[in-house]
Write a protein that binds this ligand. Structure first.
Ligand code: ADP
Ligand code: MG
Length: 341
């Protein structure tokens, strides 16, 4: 069902639109679509809104391929054959896995598509933290070298028994990228799509103004933000330690794991937002930059031609040079720092 409405607050996991800052411009929105364990919302400001109706089928197809928890997904077929034989996969999945391997390489392994043996040890809802021995045992199975792709044969292969793909750190950004592609093909010139941790923007608002995107307060609720970003025509993804986390014995355990140690990354950051033109990359690099920390994370993001916002544990909001002038800090507890080239 589609309906006309004025742009309103769009609450999100990591990113949110600031209700108070949106110009009152009319958008056509669709009912939210639940897929990939999250909710996608869409707003078309200029162009044929019939395209909104293509999104559920696109997301269903992506979920059928990449859902780690569905026995029938392509990803599960590759995981089930770990240590056995290569599995024929769709051209699309092969392409996404190749991109994932490239991101793993360019982040020095801070992003890893083969962390399933580790990620499956955690249950953030039940507050289940793995035993150190289980983490040690899983680490070798997570090594990036376990994944072998054969483009000519059209296969993916996990060479070790027990190894497993988890594309959770890039698939939502990829889905947003694919939705934007559909919008562009349909001639849409102003739109916004969000799944909370990733947002895609087509063009500017019809008035020519940028979209205003909130950077979430890591200590606040889903509607609280500490800064706003004025952006157009791009994708952005956020990884933060306030998502899927719990505290036990005074320690905060969260869902962004350092592939080098197997434990939640402790890099002095609370959150990272990466801004770029490619949703799988912004998503993978937001996770990787969180793991790498401010200095190495910023270097990796810049080397990949993207920009980032880092929210540090000590109350700074640090941006790469390309975001200078696009960010406004709205919370006096935080100070802005523009990183040097
Ligand atoms: P969100 O899921 O909130 O958008 P991320 O994009 O950072 O956050 O993805 C985190 C998810 O990716 C985790 O829940 C886990 O499944 C997986 N993951 C955790 N650490 C890593 C990592 N270092 N590299 C790749 N995937 C990871
Ligand atoms: Mg990510």
């Amino acid at each position: 069902m589609r309906r006309k409405r004025a742009a309103a607050a769009l609450l999100a996991a990591g990113l949110l639109l600031c209700a108070s800052c949106q110009a009152r411009e009319e958008a056509v929105s669709a009912a939210p679509v639940y897929s990939l364990a999250t909710v996608f919302t869409q707003e078309i400001y200029a162009g044929d809104a019939a395209v909104l109706e293509q999104t559920p089928a696109l997301l269903a197809a992506l979920d059928a391929k990449y859902n780690r928890f569905s026995q029938t997904s392509e990803l599960s077929a590759v995981n089930a054959a770990a240590g056995g034989a290569p599995v024929t996969v769709s051209e699309e999945m092969l392409g996404l896995l190749a991109r994932a391997q490239e991101y793993a390489e360019s982040t020095g392994g801070a992003f890893s598509p083969t962390l399933a043996p580790l990620t499956s040890l955690w249950d953030f809802e039940e507050k289940i933290c793995p035993a150190p021995a289980a983490v040690e045992a899983a680490l070798p199975q997570c090594d990036g070298s376990v994944l072998a792709l054969d483009a000519a044969a059209g296969t993916a292969f996990l060479s070790q028994a027990g190894a497993g793909l988890d594309l959770g750190a890039l698939v939502k950004g990829y889905a947003v990228e694919r939705i934007l592609e559909q919008y562009r093909v349909a001639g849409v010139t102003s739109a916004l799509v969000s799944c909370g941790s990733s947002i895609g923007l087509v063009g500017t608002k019809p008035s020519g103004a940028d979209f205003l995107i909130g950077v979430r307060d890591p200590d606040g609720g889903a509607g609280d933000f500490i800064a706003t970003l004025a952006l157009s025509d791009c994708l952005l993804s956020t990884s933060g330690d306030y998502e899927r986390q719990f505290e036990a014995d005074g320690v905060r355990y969260h869902h962004i794991l350092d592939p080098a140690t197997g434990w939640p990354a402790r890099s002095g950051l609370r959150a990272v937002t990466v801004v770029g033109q490619d949703g799988a990359a912004t998503d993978a690099f937001s996770t990787a930059a969180y793991v790498l920390g401010l200095t190495d994370g910023a270097a990796a993001v810049r080397a990949a031609g993207m920009e980032a916002v880092f929210v540090t544990e000590d109350g700074s909001i640090c941006v790469t040079p390309g975001l200078e002038g696009k960010i406004t800090v709205t919370d006096a507890r935080y100070t802005l720092r523009v990183l040097s080239e």
